[in-house]
Each structure stands twice: as C-alpha cells, then as structure tokens.
Design a protein around this ligand. Structure first.
Ligand code: DMJ
Length: 688
C-alpha cells in the first residue's frame, strides 16, 4: 500500500460508525466508503517488497528468488520506519488520495467476464495490513486486540504476553510477503517474548497457535529463504534459528502437560514449572479435540530436533484414545487425563470434537503415507460419520453433519457449529491426499468410495456456504440448526440430492436453517473458507473462489472497525447494520485471511500435496520417517462395529472378514498384538 493509499483508507474509515447499544457499534455507512478502499489496484509498496506473483509455473515468486533488495536499501527503509517516517501515526498526516471513484465491487464478479484473482488477492492482503497495522498501532505486544476501543490486553493479567497475535500471524506475513512487518514481529519475538512465565496456559491453544506458528515460520523461512527478513546475518540481529529455538523452548514447557497417569494431556500447563493441570470445569476432563490434536506440532518438532520424547508423547495420546474402542471411531467430547477414559456420551464434530478427526488424516499425510494406522482410523471414522451423523434437512435436502448428544443410541440433533465446516475440505483432502481429482483419476485410483466421499464433501461445503447466505450480513452464525423432520433421513437410507440455493433475501430454502438467538454471533472463524480453499484446489471448480470472494466482501463490509483500526467480531451477524463485538481473534490473521489469500492465489503457491496444514492454518512440510522415528503402536483388533475384540485364539484368521467389511477399502493382513504376542488380524490401509 502506498502512503497515499494508506491515508486514503484511514480517512475513509475514520468517518464511520454509529453507536447502537451500550457497547455495540455499527459500521453504518462504511460499506460505500470501503468501495473506494477496494478500488485500489496498485500493488502494495508501503514498507514492503512488491510481490508480483504471476501464477505461471515458470515464474518464480519473489520469496523463492534470491534476495533482491540490498542491505543498504533495507537499512534506509528500516531507519525510516523506526524514526517514524512510515509509522502509522505519521502516515495519518500525509497527503490524502482524493480519488474516490466508486467501484461497485459487489457486482463485479457477476458482471465481469474476466475475474482478476490476483487483484482480489491483493484486496485480502490489504485487509490483512489494515488489521495488522491497527494491532501494531494500538495494542502491540498484547495478546488480545480490541479494535473498537483500540486497546490491548494480556491473556494473563500478571503475564508479560505470549505473542498470541504476533506469533499466530507470522507465517501469514511471510506468505503475503509483508517483510517489514515481519521484521518488526521478529524483532519483538527476539527481544520481548519470554515463555518463562509463572502462569497456566491452555495446552491445546498454545500448541496449535504458538508452537504451530513458530514451527511454520521456521519451515517457511528455511524452505523459502526469501520469505524471511533479510537482516539475519547482520551483527546483533536475531539468529537464524530464532523461530526454532523459541519453539523448542516452548515445547519443553508444554510437554509437562502430557505427564498424566494415562498420557492424555491435561487441559492446562504452567509455563514456568511445566506442570499440567486438570480442567477447572467439566469434572476435570479435557476436551477431546484439545487433548488429541497436538500431534502434527510435536511430531514435526521431533523430526527437526531428533528428540523422540515429543513424538512418543504425542502419539501415545492417540493410542490411549483408540484403546477405548469407541464404536465406529466416534468419540465423546470429553476425556479424563487421569484415566484416559471418556466422560459422558456427547458425540459431535463441532466444538470439543473437531480437530481429533482432522488430525487423523493429517497425521497420515504428514509422514508421507508411511503410517497407515492413521488412514485406517480415518477411514473407520468417516464411515462412522456417514452411518450415524449424516442426514438431510427438510424439505430441501441439504446435507447435515449432525450430533448425537446422548451417544450413538440417542436422538440425532440437527445442529452444526460453524466449526464443523472444516470437515468438507478435510474429507476432500482425505480422498485425494492433496492432488486434484483429475490427477487421482488419471492414476487409476478413483473408485466408488472416492466418488461418494467427494460427493459428500461437495454437499457439506454447500451447506456451510448456506450458513453465510441465510444471514442479513452474509456472514455465518456461530451455530446453525436444521429442520430434520420427525424421522430424519440418514445417508444409509439413500443419498439425497440437495435443491438449489436460489438468491434472494427471502428464498424459501433458507427455512431449512434455524438461527437461535444465542448463536447469531460471528467470530471471524475460518472453517468455511478453509474448506473452500481445499475444494478449489482439489476440484478446480471456480464456484468455490466466487463463494469465497462473496464471503470476503461481507467481512469487509460488515466487520470493519472504525478509523481503519482493523476488523472485529460481530455480536449479531443477522441484523443490519450488525452489532459489533470488540475483539479481533488471532485466527482472523492466522487462518481466515490466510485461507482467503491462498484461495485467490495461483495453485502452485504451497502445493497441497507437499504440505500439511495444522488446525490453526500453520504450514508444515510432509516428511518421511527418519531419525529413528516410527509408529510405535498397533491397533487392537476390532469387531464389525469397530469395537475392540479379545484376540482370537490361534492365528485369528477367523476375524478377517468382519474386519475387512468394517473398514472401507482396507486390506487385512495378520500382525501381532503387542501385549499378548498372539497373531490377530489388523488392517493394512491402501494409500490414496
Ligand atoms: C482455531 O483456533 C482452530 O481452527 C481450532 O481447531 C478451532 N477453532 C479455531 C477457529 O475457529
């Protein structure tokens, strides 16, 4: 963004906002003003290297080329920045762009024969810059950013800050090639970030955001050196291994959480003492998703450092979970760290359940399909989801991934958290491993199973897209309920084709969805755009990019804070103008805007079959098993429902058929059960 662009945006954004309720704000006339912001088509130059990514395979993006800006130029820019010439407050007083030509960017996708995706991607980058710069100006170094009150706060009032926003956003800064902002972040990490703090943190959130963010920054900055700041070699500058050193320090503190009787991690851990602590709620149980989606991070760290205990602690959790032998691989959403057993019967893929399922297939992909045990678990689970949870709304037959709050024998609840919307993209990823459908078909690896699972992914993506269509703002509620009728039609009763989602505020199909009054907030969540990104890359269907653009424009129109201070959550996404909530989630920068950016980027930016993306959208490489790291456990034999059976006497060959039937596209072979030494059948999975 040029200086004039920047001040233009601030000028425009500064006039908006009408108080609406005690703590609520509206962004009333902002939308029209944003049109001008969205109209700017220059590449951002402010503080940053130009980033001319053409999309051609032949073209080497700037961050993959050798360093192109000399140290001298950088030094000048750096000095200018630090002396305030380019600081946000200084920028405010610079000359203003008076070009206020209205560009109706909402109608642009529908009326234009040619869509300039590079230009749309730049708009995402500008939204990121506004968000980041607001944080930098008003809340730098704080864990939370409140863009309406323009304040920051530490998550622990006595703490020094965890770098919650800075670390979570690091790799997005790299991917967007925002190098000077990245230098500032890196300098803060080098000089101010200290994890030696005597307070408890959430084990899961700290792992996926902080450890994940640092490891992703390490990966991107080493695999693509030109993404990193260029000052590493200067005397006194942070060392090249800064991100990895911080990650190792943090992991050494978090690892104490796994020190429970069962190996299932405690919900919290004290960063100074490395001592785990049970949850204060839920009878001391950890949430299942939180306890069971730490593997990508600790395994990658183990691969980098050779420290096997990280690997072993992380994989032990999955073994303990699997040894519970839950029917069809569907888990209750609470688990005790003390015993490794589940609490209650509430089964869902939304909050507290979600990323357990996500990490099954991603663990398989992370180690380049060398650990078939995780594919086997994923296949079993997906078959279980289809059997027990996939149903259809009435009367328009939208596919719903429902819940079983009272266990598999209990009533089906037609409810989908927005969080569930990670699932369609993950299903598609599981089908192709990150390749395109065409590539998989050409390789002769497409069967009925792949066809059905991809069809399910397509329908679920549509349902999630519908969650955005049904509100006044075009932004999804936190939770949607669905009309299911008295006797819900399950997928096993026959797959139903959904009806069209016609346009129009009062389109009848919207009545299939119900938004309850407690659920109409929007927290800038990423799951739907995450799935759009996977679906676009895997299917090549441009509608996913169009849907993403429409969602992005709704975020820009309705979640912008005043005075260009960034973007914020909505207390009510189903009202116009919307009621705003004074908080920018760190995953807005780490995930939501990153996925929008990748969705509009050329497909050879971070090819999907070379990486695995953690549940906070941090990017890790795939790797092969090495350094003595390997799968250290085996599954116990299961019956046709996936429940553990006692090892058969003799060679156990009699169980082969039941196992083969229970696990789609698996091959059965005979292997050894560790505890007994008896030979029992297990499943050898078929790679995609
Ligand atoms: C993120 O922190 C992660 O994606 C997590 O797995 C679930 N929820 C949020 C974003 O919605």
């Amino acid at each position: 963004m040029s200086l004039t662009q920047r001040s233009h945006a601030e000028d425009y954004w500064g006039n908006s906002g009408r108080p609406r309720s005690p703590n609520g704000h509206t962004n009333g006339g902002l939308a029209s003003k944003l049109e001008s912001f969205m109209d700017k088509k220059e590449l951002p130059m402010y503080k940053d290297k130009p980033y001319n990514y053409s999309g051609s395979r032949k073209y080497i993006p700037l961050y993959r080329q050798k360093r192109v800006i000399s140290g001298a130029i950088l030094a000048v820019i750096g000095l200018a920045y630090w002396f305030g010439i380019f600081s946000p407050s200084a920028v405010k007083s610079k000359s203003r762009d008076t070009n206020r030509s209205a560009w109706n960017w909402l109608s642009s996708p529908a009326t234009s024969a040619y869509v300039d995706w590079d230009d749309r991607r730049e708009k995402v980058k500008e939204a990121f810059m506004l968000s980041w710069d607001g944080y930098e100006q008003y809340a730098w170094g704080f864990d939370e950013y409140h863009p309406i009150s323009k304040t920051g706060r530490q998550m622990d009032s006595k703490g020094k800050g965890m770098g919650w926003i800075i670390v979570d956003a690091l790799d997005t800064l790299m991917i967007m090639n925002l190098t000077s902002r990245l230098s500032h972040a890196r300098e803060w990490i080098s000089t101010s970030l200290d994890y030696n703090q005597d307070h408890e943190v959430n084990t899961f959130e700290t792992t996926i955001r902080m450890l994940g963010g640092l490891l992703s920054a390490h990966y991107l900055s080493t695999a693509f050196p030109d993404m990193a700041p260029l000052t590493d070699d200067d005397q006194g500058a942070p060392g090249e291994d800064l991100y990895l050193e911080k990650a190792a320090d943090l992991a050494g503190r978090l690892i104490g959480a796994f020190d429970s009787n069962s190996g299932v991690p405690y919900a919290s851990v004290n960063l100074k003492t490395s001592k785990g602590k049970e949850s204060h709620e839920d009878g001391g149980a950890s949430s299942t998703a939180e306890a069971s989606s730490l593997q990508l991070e600790f395994k990658y760290l183990a691969m980098l450092t050779g420290e096997k205990n990280y690997w072993e602690s992380a994989e032990k959790v999955i073994q303990v979970i699997d040894d519970n032998g839950m029917e069809d691989g569907l888990l209750p959403i609470f688990i005790y760290a003390t015993t490794g057993s589940f609490r209650d019967n509430n089964i869902r893929l939304g909050s507290r359940g979600d990323s357990y399922y996500e990490y099954l297939i991603k663990q398989y992909l992370q180690t380049s399909c060398e650990e078939p045990i995780y594919q086997e678990m994923w296949n079993q689970t997906l078959a279980g989801v289809r059997k027990w949870l996939i149903t259809y709304s009435t009367p328009n037959h939208f596919t719903v991934l429902a819940e079983r709050p009272f266990g598999l024998g209990g009533k089906l609840e037609g409810k989908m958290d927005h969080l569930v919307c990670f699932m369609p993209g993950t299903i598609a990823l599981g089908v192709t491993g990150g390749l395109t459908i065409e590539e998989v078909k050409n390789a002769g690896l497409w069967s009925e199973k792949e066809e059905e699972e991809m069809a399910l992914a397509i329908e679920l993506t549509k349902t999630c897209w519908g969650m955005y269509q049904i509100t006044a703002t075009g932004l999804a509620p936190e939770i949607a309920h669905f009309q299911l009728g008295e006797h819900p039609h399950m997928e096993s009763d026959g797959i139903l084709a959904s009806k069209e989602m016609t346009r129009g505020a009062h389109a009848a199909w919207k009545d299939d969805y119900i938004i309850k009054v407690n659920d109409h907030h929007n927290l800038q969540r990423p799951e739907t755009v995450e799935s759009l990104f996977y679906m676009w890359r895997i299917t090549g269907d441009e509608k996913y990019r169009e849907w993403g653009w429409e969602m992005f424009t709704s975020f820009v129109k309705y979640s912008a804070a005043e005075n260009g201070a960034g973007f914020t959550s909505l207390a009510n996404a189903n009202d116009l103008p919307p009621l705003l909530k004074d908080n920018m989630e760190s995953f807005w920068l780490a995930e939501t805007l990153k996925y929008f950016y990748l969705l509009f980027s050329p497909n050879d930016l971070l090819p999907l079959d070379t990486i695995v993306i953690n549940t906070e959208a941090h990017i890790f490489p795939r790797f092969k098993l090495a350094r003595g790291l390997k799968t250290g456990w085996e599954r116990k034999a299961r019956d046709e429902k996936g429940r553990i059976i006692q090892p058969a006497r003799g060679d156990g060959k009699g169980d082969r058929k039941a196992l083969q039937d229970s696990i789609p596209s698996g091959k059965v072979h005979t292997t050894k059960v560790e505890e007994t030494g008896q030979q029992v059948p297990l499943v050898e999975a078929t790679p995609p």
